[in-house]
Ligand binder design. Structure first.
Ligand SMILES: Nc1ncnc2c1ncn2[C@@H]1O[C@H](COP(=O)(O)OP(=O)(O)OP(=O)(O)O)[C@@H](O)[C@H]1O
Length: 323
């Protein structure tokens, strides 16, 4: 029977380059609608895994299913229309305006019935990321900052309503402020569009902030797959706990909260942006209630709040109240 929940499935997938194993016997399922993060040190096989999803690399062993059909049986060029791709090296077309870049793929797919459809799509997408269409639509990529260019790269990837968006170290070259803004943008796009995203990073903090589930890779081998809570609380082995420890465990709780805060905020994006501060155990519960209502909150960490945050019930609480 078909399982519509699975979008990508790696079955015993390996990839060798001239005798060197980049990916070793990978078994992994990525669900429709999830934000899946692959994290691991340099050379661990993340990019190779990602590229096998859009067939930029072909496995040397095993099988990949896409939407329950063997990837090898697809017309790859057609399939790539349905796969958004965002790279670290910002890849906007330099001779096209912002609007032309964003509308390119839907245009090639004849998705616009009229000129106003095209203008509406571009204007809505730009407005959704706080870039005024009047100012930005006709600019050329060279007239944008790095962060703005990557923002447009993300919009372009989402513009054709892809089945999945692949992002490879998309923010690694950016300054910390732009990086945080773009991470928040990805969470917002994901919450709003429910598009499946596979995000590659070497940064555990970024993984903890973004991932619904995280896959930890090392040396071509998938070490563990789990929610941020699983990875933080029950690392499968030394490698995972070291990677986690090196990322600074305090930061992890902060990014964890960042994620919760961002989700809370974006649930009611256009609504009330009241800021309330909480710093005690009991008020944290109240804070979460506010958050579930869509209010933005800031939680100051101390021993008590850290104790409470250790419970995975915090996530359950938000899930129960947001749906
Ligand atoms: N085209 C290629 N030819 C030969 N070897 C390759 C090729 N692409 C990747 N490799 C090797 O495969 C291994 C995994 O590389 P990959 O780029 O997937 O790792 P990664 O985890 O994404 O690393 P990084 O974060 O540095 O990009 C590395 O040893 C790399 O040198």
């Amino acid at each position: 029977m078909e399982n519509n929940k699975t979008l990508v499935e790696f079955q015993h997938v390996s990839k060798e380059f001239a005798g060197n194993t980049a990916v070793n016997n990978l078994n992994l399922t990525i669900q429709n609608g999830e934000l899946f993060v692959l994290v691991g040190p340099s050379g661990s096989g993340k990019t190779t895994t990602l590229k096998m999803i859009n067939s930029l690399e072909k496995p040397t062993g095993g099988t990949i299913l896409f939407d329950n059909k063997e990837l090898a049986s697809y017309n790859i060029l057609k399939l790539r229309w349905k796969i958004g791709y965002v790279l670290q090296q910002i890849a906007l077309f330099p001779n096209m305006s912002v609007a032309q870049n964003i509308a390119l793929i839907p245009e090639l797919q004849h998705q616009f019935k009229s000129k106003s459809d095209r203008i509406n799509l571009v204007n809505n997408l730009l407005t959704s990321v706080d870039l005024d269409p009047k100012t930005y639509a006709n600019r050329m990529p060279s007239e944008l900052s790095g962060g703005e260019q990557q923002r447009i790269g993300i919009l372009r990837a989402f513009a054709c309503e892809p089945q999945v968006v692949l992002m490879d170290e998309a923010f690694s070259a950016l300054d910390p402020i732009s990086r945080t803004q773009l991470q928040n943008l990805v969470l917002k796009m994901h919450t709003e569009t429910k598009t499946t995203i596979v995000f590659v990073t070497h940064d555990m903090n970024e993984a903890m902030k973004l991932g619904d589930r995280i896959g930890v890779m090392d040396n071509g081998i998938l070490q563990q797959v789990g929610s941020p809570t699983d990875i933080a609380q029950n690392p499968a082995n030394e490698l995972v706990s070291e990677l986690f420890a090196n990322s600074g465990s305090k930061d992890v709780y902060e990014t964890y909260l960042g994620r919760i805060g961002t989700l809370g905020y974006y649930v009611q994006h256009a609504g009330n942006k009241e800021t309330v501060k909480y710093n005690e155990n009991d008020t944290l519960r109240n804070g979460l209630t506010e958050l579930a209502k869509g209010h933005e909150i800031e939680i100051v960490l101390n021993d008590k709040t850290m104790g409470y945050l250790n419970q995975s019930s915090i996530i359950k609480f938000l899930n129960d109240h947001q749906s």
